[in-house]
Design a binder for this molecule. Structure first.
Ligand SMILES: [Zn+2]
Length: 643
């Protein structure tokens, strides 16, 4: 048989060999560190016997897939422990790489409780002292007999059989289990498994199905690596914007209003409005004009644009205009066609271009309820959108201007960028992209030339372009380790043609402009989620909903002075709040810290008599007493700096 290795080289053998034997034949050390392989794209264990020509990628303890193997094996070992202790029917093994967590689902009567996790941990530790897990292949007929009593394993067996033509079965402590995914059969490689949680989940994630029990855990090659993983996950969880929101009260949801439809609370609305004022000013600086267009559009509008065909399933379904009316509308999923309609209200000459139409526009998408995640994934959102109409000779210059605007804005917010993605079409994909080779080649070459001229580092992503043209996306990572696009610049040679958008050139002839879609900071929803995560909720002063917490202590004169100060601050456009509660000073200070208020003023007799203020900054123990005016100057200077 002939084996093709990852580096493109071939190895020939005259008999069937296991993955480990093949690895050892290349180098003995390689054999030792091999835990499995990807055989024709399928993950198998090290004792899997190869008996025909295949593509083979070895998985070693240093491989990028090692974590998957270790976690799937930990899930299996945990499952075997549970089956052994409680005669449970095992269901499925899972590995969530984002959370670095494995899980196994199972069914058992009576259901187990949290107090049993300790016994499971002890049994897992016992199993870790054993030598090997035996792997084997079953036919579907054999699997049907073996797992006749277990509908979950039977389901997995069928799934595996359809994909691989056999059922991968693992045996440990005389218990058999079907696992789809790589398993390390040499238990000595496995070192630490930490059982952590007991939850429930519906079989196949379907609420019509039975609720299974689920044990979660983490694993590592040693205790140190496990502790590091735990600390990393803990740190990330503490940055989750949904958690931070609990202290800052920025947004909420109400199932009666509808899942995924954010309610911006007073604090959130302040943040949003501050950002909007700043962005509109920046857009004004870069010669954008602002428009306001409806949140709905006719179905025909989106048929013409092509969104109906390409994004139809992500849209809310059409509704009719009135009783018996033939008119059909949708909640708009995108604003491009509306802005084209704005452009087309008048005839434009070549001298007027570029025309930059901006709108902080509300739009809706029908995301599945399972995917809704705080502000990160919602069904109603406000996009910092713009469509820019340019002549071909203006494309490069305009692109650079847009990029400059975006970088200035992201710098103001100190947003940490993960990478830039230059998205191209996949020429093989005839369905996703409209067909015009010349247009695509020209557009991609033009964009690449500009990116190189700007000296930007980017990843080329084939098959990621929009259906109408190539684009540049600025990517960031969320606390949940999700990759999202914050800003985008997309070239579009198609929509102007579809809508017959024109300008009159110097020869009095009609020409088609190029349209650029520009998302400045994406949607307010995602952007504010990102901001909360990247700042851990400690917003810069200009964005803090409450900038000064005034804490009066003692007699009523001090409370009066506190109110006087609040009024003075209001005139100066400084946001403040008086803590009137009957609590101890230390409690109030701690509370203001929890809410991450940038300045705390403690108002006692001395301050009232001298008409001064004593302040401390968030995160500092230092108290400083100064005059009212000095304090106002400090605050206003810092607000203006946006730092
Ligand atoms: Zn657009």
């Amino acid at each position: 048989m002939k084996i093709k290795l990852l580096d493109g080289s071939f190895k020939e053998f005259d008999q069937a060999l296991s993955v480990k034997e093949i690895a050892s034949s290349i180098a003995i050390s390689l054999g030792k560190s091999t835990v499995g392989a990807k055989v024709n794209g399928v993950f198998v264990s090290a004792d899997f016997v190869v008996d025909k020509d295949v593509n083979l990628e070895l998985v070693t303890t240093r491989s990028e897939y090692f974590d998957d193997y270790m976690n799937m094996t930990s899930a299996l070992i945990t499952g075997i422990a549970i089956a052994k202790l409680y005669k449970a029917n095992l269901a499925e093994t899972y590995y969530n790489a984002d959370e670095k967590e494995f899980a196994i689902t199972f069914e058992v009567e009576p259901r187990i409780g949290l107090e049993q996790l300790e016994s499971i941990q002890a049994e897992v530790n016992n199993i870790l002292k054993l030598e090997t897990i035996k792997s084997s292949k079953m036919t579907m007929a054999q699997a049907e007999k073996e797992f006749a009593h277990n509908p979950y394993q039977l389901h997995l067996a069928q799934q595996a059989n359809e994909t691989f033509g056999y059922v991968p079965v693992y045996t440990l402590c005389d218990i058999k289990a079907v696992v789809i995914g790589g398993i390390i059969t040499d238990i000595k490689v496995m070192k630490v498994i930490d059982i952590q949680q007991l939850t429930g989940s519906y079989w196949l994630n379907d609420s019509e199905n039975v609720m299974l029990q689920r044990v979660h855990g983490m694993c590592g090659i040693n205790q140190i690596s496990l502790d590091e993983k735990k600390a990393m996950i803990e740190e990330r969880r503490s940055r989750d914007h949904r958690l931070i929101n609990k202290q800052l009260n920025i947004f909420g949801f109400d199932n009666l209003v509808g899942p995924g439809l954010p309610l911006w609370m007073p604090n959130g609305t302040i943040i949003k409005d501050e950002i909007k004022t700043y962005l509109k000013l920046k857009e004004w600086e870069y010669d954008y004009v602002h428009v306001t267009t409806p949140v709905i559009g006719s179905v025909d509008l989106y048929r013409t644009s092509g969104h109906w065909d390409h994004y139809g399933e992500d849209m809310f379904q059409p509704f009719s205009g009135g009783n018996g009316s033939e008119e059909q509308f949708v909640l708009r999923p995108m604003n491009c066609p509306h802005h084209i309609a704005v452009y087309k209200q008048e005839q434009h000459s070549y001298r007027e271009l570029p025309i930059r139409i901006a709108e902080h526009a509300i739009q809706h998408r029908y995301e599945s309820s399972g995917s809704l995640t705080g502000l990160e994934r919602v069904r109603g959102m406000e996009l910092t959108d713009s469509h820019i109409f340019v002549r071909p000779d203006q494309l490069a210059t305009e692109f650079k201007q847009i990029y400059k605007l975006i970088s200035e804005v992201l710098t103001t917010f100190n947003i940490e960028i993960d990478y830039l993605s230059f998205s191209l079409r996949d020429p093989q994909d005839k369905n996703k992209y409209f067909q015009d080779d010349k247009m695509w080649n020209d557009a991609e070459a033009a964009l690449e030339a500009v990116l190189d001229e700007l000296n930007l580092e980017y990843k080329k992503c084939v098959g990621e372009a929009a259906f109408y043209g190539p684009k540049l996306d600025i990517q960031i990572k969320t606390a949940q380790n999700h990759e999202i696009t914050v800003s985008t610049i997309q070239l579009d040679f198609l929509l102007p043609r579809k809508f017959d958008v024109t300008y009159v050139d110097q020869n009095q002839e009609y020409q088609t402009p190029i349209m650029i879609h520009r998302g400045l900071i994406g949607t307010y929803e995602r952007f504010i989620a990102t901001l909360l995560e990247q700042t851990k909720g400690v917003l810069p002063l200009w964005l803090a909903p409450n900038q000064v917490e005034i804490i009066p202590i003692g007699n009523s004169e001090n409370f009066d002075y506190a109110e006087q100060l609040r009024q003075i601050f209001k005139k100066e456009m400084i946001r403040s709040h008086i803590d009137l509660r009957d609590e101890r000073l230390s409690y109030k200070i701690r509370d203001a810290q929890t809410h991450k208020v940038p300045f705390q003023l403690v108002i006692g007799n001395l301050e009232t008599q001298n008409q001064t203020v004593t302040f401390r900054r968030y995160g500092s123990e230092n108290q400083v007493t100064i005059s009212q005016q000095q304090f106002i100057d400090i605050i206003k200077k810092e607000i203006a700096s946006k730092q």
